[in-house]
Write a protein that binds this ligand. Structure first.
Ligand code: PEP
Ligand code: MG
Length: 564
């Protein structure tokens, strides 16, 4: 069976289902009769509260070093929710006036409050609904450990829950490898933030899975695509193999930090794409040259309003602290198309991929650009940083941006506070690369978008995936022209985006002269392995054949000869 939902935290995974049923612990708890006087039950409740308090302190301690400090603060928020006198009073009143056990009173309060949060018209309040269940569940465990849901230790586990609480996620992530399928889970909920931080693949928005996904079912999931296979039948074998290959790609991380060197001794620079400070820790772990692409727009997604300058600066500083030395290319927030924060107050273009997005949007919204560039100016005083311009189209736009940054940072246009780099994602920019390079310090080819616009094939549309083909001669020729211009101008040209990490493209990109890659974490090890198995001299010898190929199939045939 195939289930589809929204990928909240990326990754591919295979494991056995473990169904967590919030309903069952609530029902069990609400059926527990009082065994003491109301005063005795209130006393039990307060003792449980003190135990829960201590536990939360320990959870925070355990998480230290595994996730970002700000993410661990989620449990500080739980602590204050749990200590909220209004909640406690509500539970105590049910004990005193209805003669309920502490367990039943907690379960009733959990149900009522959860419903109130879930039906709120505000996303931020709805996102906190699992936190209500979480703290009430913890209180119940502290009242009577017997109500804890059974658990599987150590085995790769796919948690299946209509609502997954942050504590449940952390508990299972500590026990062994896990992923999760949930009914509700907001993109900005604490569960989502922790899943991304802990590297737990998570798909949300799957309706009606209770009863369908049975305990111990075999589940494979590709969270990036929001796709899960449950007890796959033989007709789904192709999809099963695809997911298993993706898992191998993720698992084949290099054992020791390394930078790849080709068989004939050429050093190829391999950097990392990141979307937040936590991922920057991987730079020293993998041995990457640095961060080749920091997609800063994701910093805006787990918030409820636009960040100010100090908040932007704090994120860059946290990134620098986590990664240490090395190149750092921070892309200005690339909003538009599929990327917009919930609180975004800009209109959606008629065709979002061809509308006001990337640098065009920033030029219209200096209230968004201002805090970012001022924070980058302050940051650049402390450490070298290059600032990438997303979706650059023309030199006209580049000049307007320079002027705007100079005004926002109160400096002269010739003395911008940081190096500028152009993202080459629009064919017009690739065709003006010489002029662009004369006005910036580096270029980063965003191969996903460049292929999308060159091939007129939406990168998100399954129906045209065969046309979104980075191995078309037209794509390789355009990339080559950017490389040649970079060499002539003696300015670095890198290639980034998900296509840069696609192993099918590695040899072709090296052959057209790319020596700098920036890839996502799951692709790092595999791309490094591939580079180490190739000789630049042999690839160079076939460059002209690749560029003169008439078809994508011819390109593939030449690449197969290499592989052989
Ligand atoms: C790209 O388009 O290849 C790129 C790097 O940008 P993004 O994937 O963030 O659009
Ligand atoms: Mg792009």
């Amino acid at each position: 069976m195939i289930l589809r939902g929204r990928g909240i935290s990326p990754g591919a995974f295979e494991g056995r289902a473990h169904v967590l049923d919030v309903g069952s612990w609530m029902v069990a708890a609400s059926g527990i009769a009082a065994t003491r006087t109301p005063a005795g039950e209130v006393e039990r409740l307060r003792a449980a509260l003190a135990r829960a308090d201590k536990q939360l302190g320990r959870v925070k301690q355990e998480l230290r070093g595994r996730i970002q400090r700000t993410d661990a603060e989620i449990f500080t928020a739980h602590l204050s929710m749990m200590r909220d006198p209004v909640l406690m009073r509500r539970i105590e009143v049910s004990i005193e006036h209805e003669g309920l056990s502490a367990e039943a009173a907690v379960a009733n309060a959990a149900t009522a409050l959860h419903e109130e949060f879930e039906s709120s018209p505000t996303d931020m309040v709805r996102d906190k609904a699992p936190d209500v269940l979480d703290i009430c569940h913890r209180l119940l465990l502290c009242l009577d450990p017997a109500v804890e849901s059974e658990s599987i230790a150590g085995e790769p586990t796919v948690l299946v829950a209509s609502t997954l609480t942050p504590s449940e996620l952390v508990r299972f992530a500590h026990r062994g490898p896990c992923a999760a399928l949930t009914g509700t889970c907001g993109d900005r909920s604490h569960t989502a933030i922790l899943a991304r931080s802990l590297g737990v693949p998570l798909i949300a928005g799957i309706r009606g899975m209770r009863g369908i996904v049975k305990e111990n079912s075999r589940v494979l999931l590709d969270a990036g695509r929001g796709l899960a296979l449950v007890d796959p039948t033989p007709d789904l074998q192709a999809e099963v193999r695809r997911i298993q290959k993706a898992i191998i790609r993720i698992e084949r991380q290099p054992d020791a930090p390394r930078q790849p060197i080709t068989l004939d001794g050429v050093h190829v620079r391999l950097a990392l794409n990141i979307s937040g400070p936590t991922e920057a820790e991987l730079v020293p772990r993998l041995g990457a040259t640095g961060v080749g692409l920091f997609r800063t727009e994701f910093l805006y997604m787990s918030r409820s309003d636009w960040p100010d300058e100090s908040e932007c600066l704090a994120a860059y500083e946290a990134t620098a602290a986590a990664m240490g030395d090395g190149e750092l290319h921070v892309r200005l927030a690339d909003f538009g198309a599929d990327k917009r924060p919930e609180y975004a107050d800009f209109p959606t273009s008629r065709n979002p991929s061809l509308g006001v997005r990337g640098v065009r949007l920033l030029l219209e919204r200096t209230d968004i650009l201002g805090p970012q560039v001022r924070a980058l100016a302050a940051f650049a005083k402390r450490r070298p940083v290059s600032v990438l311009v997303p979706m650059l189209d023309t030199v006209d736009t580049l000049r307007r941006l320079r002027k705007t940054i100079a005004r926002l940072c109160s400096v002269r246009e010739e003395a911008l506070p940081f190096q500028l780099g152009a993202m080459i994602e629009v064919p017009a920019a690739a065709l003006s690369i010489e002029e662009i390079l004369s006005e910036v310090e580096l270029a980063a080819i965003g191969l996903n978008d460049l292929t999308q616009y060159l091939m007129a094939a939406d990168r998100e549309d399954e129906a045209v995936q065969q046309y979104h083909d980075g191995l078309q001669p037209a794509v390789l020729r355009l990339v080559r022209s950017v490389v040649v211009a970079g060499e002539a101008a003696a300015k670095p040209v890198s290639v980034c985006g998900e296509l840069a990490g696609n192993p099918a493209l590695t040899a072709a990109l090296l052959a057209v002269g790319i020596r700098r890659f920036s890839v996502s974490r799951p692709d790092y090890g595999l791309v490094a392995n591939l580079i180490e198995g190739l000789a630049i001299s042999k690839l160079d010898a076939r460059r002209e054949d690749l560029l003169r190929a008439a078809t994508g199939s011819e390109v593939r045939q030449i690449l197969e000869e290499f592989a052989a």
